[in-house]
Write a protein that binds this ligand. Structure first.
Ligand code: CAA
Length: 380
């Protein structure tokens, strides 16, 4: 076992770090306050290859491994978790799902543009009445011969308004339960698709979260991914990869808060010395660094298992479960170390604390990760 990163991996960290510092850091507080989508920054992210990192170069992707993706996600999330969730959804859920299960025509038409970052995509599984209980889809995709008629509502969709392409999970044959679910590629401009209001969120406020309403939307059959009834398997398998992205996002939120706390503790004085000289602060920093290291190792193990084409279901669920808890714990401590300054926007850690919470909720809550892990352990 070797814990050294390769030259290529170090170069990925450097590139992501530079981009985050030069393009994401300026304006991140303002975008959070105004709930402003980082449009220009996402465009540049695409140009730099961060939106289709793992896609095969034959579809215009970066051809990199999942380890590189984890490293880039950590660096970008340290600074702007709103931008990093756009990156995560596009890479893992949209490009990842399309590359693995789409046919050549679908890849040519959609994957290439998504991998180049010319357009971004969204993954539409959650519904007003079906979040964790994802098999209970009420959105219907009625089989009408050469097309599907899509009706229903999807909720909390990341990239909901800014996406050009949606992967929509819907029920075609309720008698077959989750084996009757399909996944359809829906273009934004399709008649009958309406983008609902933007959600006013606690954190990741720069990201673009909307509900979507589908009313008699006609989707050509050629836009179905995989065979009839494959949609639920597609969603579960794709989310296993997505969870590595969210785990790395949580890791980055934690390490961003830790790095700020470490620097602050060496500057801020109390009782005549820098606060880093007080054991109360030293112990907090020690706990934070240890938790972050453990989260990083879990993220990298999940990435390596994915790259080695092993079953990484448990590893990705463990990484997300643990890293999202670390993100919460570490950001709360970061605010505490900063004291009054930590409670105001200027010092960034209050935003990181708000951003951390969603990592315990989306792409499967922590409770869902425990279901996934325990079922695998017990083979239920
Ligand atoms: N990987 C692969 N397959 C899986 C799986 C996994 N992690 N979890 C379940 N499955 C498969 C099962 O093997 C089973 O397949 P078969 O019937 O073919 O054997 C099928 O899925 C149904 O599973 P269960 O019988 O266990 O169904 P259940 O209803 O008891 O539990 C669940 C399913 C695991 C709870 C599932 O509903 C789930 O993962 N829910 C969470 C959904 C989720 O993550 N939502 C996030 C929304 S997307 C998002 O947030 C994106 C964004 O914009 C940021």
């Amino acid at each position: 076992m070797n814990f050294e990163l390769s030259e290529e991996h170090l170069a990925v960290i450097e590139a992501a770090h530079e981009f985050a510092q030069s393009d994401l850091l300026p304006g991140v507080i303002e975008r959070d306050t105004k709930q402003e989508f980082p449009k220009e920054q996402i465009k540049k992210m695409g140009e730099l290859g961060f939106l289709g990192m793992m896609v095969d170069p034959k579809y215009d992707g970066g051809g990199m491994d999942t380890v590189s993706y984890v490293l880039a996600m950590e660096e970008i999330s340290k600074v702007d978790a709103s931008a990093s969730i756009v990156m995560s959804v596009n890479n893992s859920l949209v490009c990842g799902g399309l590359e693995k299960y789409g046919n050549e025509e679908q890849k040519e038409k959609y994957l290439t543009r998504l991998a180049r970052g010319e357009i971004i995509g969204a993954f539409c599984l959650s519904e007003p009445e079906a979040g964790s209980d994802a098999t209970s889809q009420s959105t219907t995709a009625e089989d009408k011969g050469d097309y599907y008629l899509l009706n229903g509502t999807k909720n909390w969709i990341t990239n909901g308004n800014s996406a050009s392409v949606y992967l929509v999970i819907a029920q075609t044959d309720p008698s077959k339960k989750h084996h009757g679910i399909n996944v359809l590629i829906v273009e934004k401009e399709t008649e009958g698709l309406m983008v609902g209001k933007k959600e006013d969120k606690l954190g990741i406020r720069g990201s673009d979260t909307h509900s979507l309403m589908f009313t008699d939307v006609k989707v050509p059959k050629k836009n179905r991914i995989g065979k009839d009834g494959f949609g639920f398997h597609f969603a579960m398998d794709t989310l296993n990869g997505g969870r590595i992205g969210v785990a790395s996002q949580a890791l980055g939120i934690a390490s961003g808060a830790y790095e700020r706390s470490l620097a602050y503790s060496k500057e801020r004085k109390a009782f005549g010395v820098e606060i880093s000289k007080h054991q109360a602060i030293q112990f907090k920093l020690a706990d934070m660094a240890t938790q972050i290291d453990a989260a990083r190792l879990l993220c990298l193990r999940a990435a390596i298992e994915k790259d080695q084409k092993k079953d990484f279901t448990t590893a990705s669920a463990m990484a997300k479960l643990f890293a999202s808890k670390v993100a919460m714990d570490v950001t709360v401590e970061a605010v505490q170390i900063h004291g009054g300054y930590g409670y105001v926007k200027e010092y960034h850690v209050e935003r990181l604390m708000r951003d951390a919470k969603i990592t315990q909720i989306y792409e499967g809550t922590s409770e869902i990760q425990k279901i996934v892990i325990s079922r695998e352990l017990l083979k239920l």
